[in-house]
Write a protein that binds this ligand. Structure first.
Ligand code: ATP
Ligand code: MG
Length: 585
């Protein structure tokens, strides 16, 4: 009885920390951030670091349960690894220096070096090499749901790109590729179930492996305009890839032959392709874009510079560029001083003719003829330039972003672009970590072999923001039942002045609780408009209003947050009618 009472009390707004805001927070640039603040879900503590308030925590707990249930279904085993990790493990894997400034490094009082975990491949590989002794234990998949810290250069959009955020990370270990393939597919399927249960509209896409490494990967992208990623998908097949990975095929036409002699033209104060095109009275598609980046140091340790050439209206793809052997990773653009010292010209007047270093030309730029480019002399461009005739040593590589309407790389259909929020990613790591850290098992022939690994991440807090991006209106959040902080809200109008209102509300509240339904009973002595606005802002799916007037006719009001449809329902049938509206029974 006492337990029942306690449970009842915490679901009354008068005893709950509602924390809704009337005003939009200035710092919120996207809807999900604005609504999470206004609905009283989160508060910022430092840049990219948040507290989850009770309403937010209820949603987070539901998201965690969905993830945990689906992970457990795959047979993965839950563990909890520390956020604080010894730097030595990161030195062993080679990532201590490679990971860059996102990795928060610090020392304890004894000057031992540590990092705050941005991901846990090192710790898990250390566990595996100690705990997994025999191939009979394989495959094994371990996961945790735990806070990560990444010192993001630009934390923004609330919890969408935080510095501390909740991730579910799973790691699998295998003796052979077939077993890794199977777990990868199991995880892929589990991720599809997780995001479907969260109500997200999403697409799995081929993805780059970035600093995690490995050779095969998919991202799960929730489609939303607030997304920071761009995905390319084909209208003629199921091809879909992050734009970082989507291949731009070479145009299917031959390069036209040169028709005119090369000429030098003044282009004073032109710093961009568009300015040069305007000065030369040409379309930007006829002007070459020349960018200079760092190459790897030469054998004497000297810095080298590499020129990347693109058609003037197209964009450089940095991920493809880094993959070219000899280009520095991370991609580093040469400074104005470096460019000046090397070419004698300003950044806006660069071009491949006479350039001393390595030249890489995009596949589309390679088809340009009689084009314009910088003359490597400040304030001048060359026109009617032609490959081979005027520039001899160059390599042709795909280094541009695909564009709307490009042919799909699988030869079927055309590509379209959409923005996405990366809510999860699965990787086949191979033996990158197990080899570096000697995580081996003995195979049937008695040889010690490194285990094959996969790793699988879900951005739990980011996924919640993604759901809000997809489900909101001018009044607030519209939660799918699976994530709603409460399934039903009861708004009782002037309950302290009217016994019938009070008793009816208390009875319905009790009955719903008996059925195990999570109810928020708004028993504040507020104006009905204020209560209604808060409940709608918080996105509670089913809203009941109990007021004196309709109650005198034996009726109460029901409103569906998602459809906006209102109905009067008889008090006597309220429980049955309300529960019949539930999508998740
Ligand atoms: P991004 O490209 O967005 O920086 P990532 O590819 O570096 O992310 P992963 O290493 O794949 O991230 O991490 C697994 C998941 O963790 C991501 O799919 C994403 O949902 C989530 N995540 C990554 N970084 C952040 C962040 N700064 N804030 C919130 N969630 C994040
Ligand atoms: Mg990722």
């Amino acid at each position: 009885m006492l337990a029942g009472l306690k449970r009842k009390l915490i679901m009354r707004t008068s005893k709950f920390l509602i924390s809704t805001l009337k005003e939009d927070p200035k710092e919120a640039a996207v809807e999900s951030h604005r609504l999470m603040m206004r609905a009283g879900m989160i508060r910022q503590v430092a840049s990219g670091v948040y507290t989850w308030l009770p309403t937010g925590m209820k949603v987070l707990a539901k998201a965690i349960s969905i993830v945990r249930e689906e992970m457990n279904k795959t047979g993965a085993l839950e563990i909890a690894m520390p956020m604080v990790q010894p730097a030595d493990l990161w030195k062993e894997s080679g990532r201590y220096t490679k990971y860059g400034p996102e990795l928060c490094r610090f020392k304890d009082r004894k000057q031992n070096e540590f990092v705050l975990g941005p991901t846990h491949e090192e710790i898990i590989t250390d566990i595996a090499r100690r705990e997994i002794k025999s191939i009979r234990q394989l495959p094994m998949c371990l996961y945790q749901i735990q806070n990560k810290f990444r010192d993001e250069i630009r934390p923004r959009f609330g919890v969408m790109r935080g510095r501390e955020f909740l991730m579910k990370d799973a790691y699998s270990f295998h003796i052979d590729k077939a077993s890794l393939d199977k777990t990868y597919q199991d995880m892929y399927d589990a991720y599809s179930r997780v995001f479907t249960r969260m109500g997200l509209t999403f697409r799995p896409v081929e993805a780059d492996t970035g600093s995690i490494g490995g050779n095969h990967s998919h991202e799960f992208q929730a489609l939303a305009d607030a997304g920071e990623d761009i995905i390319a998908w084909s209208d003629g097949s199921d091809y879909a890839a992050n734009i970082e990975m989507a291949e731009a095929l070479a145009p299917d036409y031959a390069r036209p032959a040169p028709t005119k002699a090369c000429e030098k033209k003044p282009t004073p104060n032109c710093h961009t392709v568009d300015e040069a095109a305007a000065a030369l009275n040409l379309e930007s598609t006829r002007v070459l874009k020349s960018l200079i980046v760092h190459g790897e140091n030469d054998e004497n340790g000297n810095k080298t510079l590499v020129m990347l050439c693109l058609c003037g209206n197209q964009e450089l793809n940095e991920v493809k560029s880094i993959k070219i052997k000899g280009i520095a990773d991370p991609l580093t653009f040469a400074t104005e001083e470096e460019i000046n010292a090397y070419t004698g010209a300003h950044t806006g007047s660069l071009g491949p003719v006479g350039f001393k270093g390595r030249i890489i030309v995009d596949r589309t730029a390679d088809k340009m003829a009689d084009f314009a480019c910088g003359a490597n002399e400040t304030g001048y461009h060359l026109i009617n330039v032609n490959w081979d005739r005027d520039v001899q040593n160059y390599e042709v590589v795909d280094i541009r972003n695909v564009e709307e309407g490009d042919p799909s790389p699988d030869g079927k259909g055309r590509l379209h672009l959409r923005k996405g929020i990366e809510v999860g990613q699965v990787f086949m790591l191979g033996t990158k970590y197990s080899e570096a850290m000697h995580a081996t098992v003995m195979d049937e022939k008695g040889n010690d072999v490194p285990m094959l690994m996969g790793c699988y991440g879900i951005g739990v807090t980011r996924a919640i923001a993604a759901v809000i991006e997809q489900y909101h209106d001018e009044r607030g959040i519209i939660w799918p039942e699976s994530l709603a902080p409460f399934k039903v809200a009861i708004i009782a109008i002037k309950l302290n002045k009217n016994e019938l209102v009070k008793n009816t509300a208390e009875k319905l509240y009790e009955e719903l609780q008996q059925k195990g339904v999570e109810v928020l009973f708004d028993d504040r002595d507020e104006r009905p408009g204020v209560m209604f606005a808060d409940i709608e802002l918080m996105g509670i799916p089913h809203i009941i209003t109990i007021g004196e007037k309709s109650l005198n006719d034996g009726m109460i009001e029901y409103k569906n947050r998602k459809t906006g449809v209102k109905e009067s329902i008889p008090v006597g049938k309220a429980l049955d009618i309300i529960t019949s509206k539930f999508e998740l029974k």
